[in-house]
Design a protein around this ligand. Structure first.
Ligand code: NIG
Ligand code: FE
Length: 410
């Protein structure tokens, strides 16, 4: 058995036996920190933690690896509840097109964007896709990510969507961290179906969903509800078909346009509504008294130069919110959640504590891991981050671009 004692921890963050499943509104400012603490793990299960004064009770045995964490913080690993980690090639040519003045929409309309990624993915084998995603996941873990949701949606055909989802299933089986799979066949209309939406929606509902259910390839169903993509009615039809197969909705809404998708998704029991660069009072009303987690993706706002989510407005309405990377080759080629933490503080005016709640317990909720992930408590086996020696917790989002991780326990 592997026994690890981390002692002299400057701050043990989000640790306790009564950490709530989510924090919302004003409570997002709350973040428990045990100062001068210890944490004792057996095979990465939390067996004991507390003030340094109490650590002697464990005794000192020669087979314990003792880590002196003087000046360091220990925190629960981040949960990344929205990613597109399985993809083919990167798309820096579109990045350059945008510098020259083209918009994301214009690039997509000339065949770039999601369709560009789908064309490239069609040429890749399952093995190539798996290997590249596996490499990305190891980098994500090294940056402190301890649970990842991954979407399909760069397939857009029966064969290629299944290929993506099978890759995600294999990633689940070969990684120790929790990985959740989301079916996003409704990410864009393939060229052949541009004028035949009915045909593609039928393909999703009649051909893909039964196969996905049979092979148990997904937990969630997603739709990109947006102008030039899927309408609110189309989203509703696809979500309701997905629900028949036990898939829980988690959707892309309000990235560029408010179409009324938030209200519809909430009514249909969405676990989360993601993006929300645009949001109005009606959306906020729909979210109040619901169990749906609004999720912001500041990496996408930053990369595309579109508005950042109105986090303060959401919290002022006594709502919770989660933060995620949206890691993908088109709108957010960044998986480092320390960067997301910084952007949330700098651009969305969230305090370091609020943003960390959004990256831990609230994002755990947004991927069905509430209660087990995003916190440190007795019996937990969820991943944990040991930082480098740093002056304060706020230094982590302050030192933007730096990854102050010394070790991740998985
Ligand atoms: O979440 N907006 C839809 N999907 C992705 C971007 C997809 C792409 O450009 O490849 C997103 O931003
Ligand atoms: Fe996305």
């Amino acid at each position: 058995m592997q026994k690890i004692l981390i002692k002299n921890i400057k701050g043990l963050v989000q640790a306790g036996e009564d950490i709530p499943l989510i924090r919302k509104g004003k409570d997002m400012q709350e973040l428990p920190i045990v100062k001068n603490a210890f944490l004792y793990l057996e095979d990465n299960e939390v067996i004991a933690y507390g003030k340094m004064d109490d650590w002697k009770e464990i005794g000192s045995s020669s087979d314990i690896e003792i880590i002196d964490a003087e000046g360091c913080f220990v925190l629960p690993a981040f949960c990344d509840s929205h990613t597109h980690t399985v993809f083919s090639k990167t798309r820096e040519e579109e990045f350059v097109d945008r510098i020259h003045g083209m918009s994301y929409e214009e690039i997509a309309l000339k065949g770039g964007g999601i369709l560009n990624s789908a064309a490239k993915l069609a040429e890749m084998t399952e093995e190539e896709l798996f290997n590249s995603a596996q490499e990305r996941i190891q980098k994500m873990i090294a940056c402190g990510t301890g649970a990842i949701e991954i979407k399909s949606g760069y397939g857009l055909s029966v064969a290629a969507e299944l290929k993506m989802l099978r890759v995600i299933k294999k990633l689940k089986a070969t990684n120790k961290i929790e990985i959740k799979a989301t079916f996003l066949g409704a990410h864009a209309f393939p060229l052949a179906y541009k004028e035949n939406h009915r045909g593609y929606i039928d393909l999703i509902i009649k051909e893909l969903l039964p196969l996905i259910a049979k092979e148990e390839l997904a937990e969630y169903i997603d739709v990109f509800c947006e102008k030039n993509y899927f309408s609110v009615d189309e989203m509703a039809e696809i979500i309701s078909a997905g629900k028949e197969y036990g898939l829980i909705p988690k959707v892309h809404v309000n990235q560029f346009t408010i179409l009324g998708g938030v209200k519809k998704a909430v009514e249909m029991g969405a676990l989360s509504v993601d993006h929300l660069e645009e949001i109005d009072q009606e959306d906020i009303l729909a979210l109040q008294n619901s169990n749906c987690m609004p999720t912001f993706l500041p990496g996408c706002s930053h990369f595309l130069g579109i508005p950042f989510g109105a986090a303060r407005k959401i919290m002022a309405a006594d709502l919770p919110l989660a933060l995620a990377s949206d890691f993908n080759p088109g709108s957010a080629p960044n998986y480092n959640l320390f960067t997301i933490w910084s952007l949330a503080c700098i651009k969305m005016k969230m305090t370091p504590e609020e943003a960390l709640n959004a990256l831990t317990i609230n994002s755990a909720y947004a991927m069905g891991l509430q209660g087990t992930h995003g916190k440190i408590c007795l019996g937990s086996k969820a991943p944990i981050i040991l930082t480098k020696a740093i002056p304060s917790l706020a230094y982590l989002p302050y030192s933007f671009g730096e990854v102050n991780v010394s070790r991740v326990f998985i």
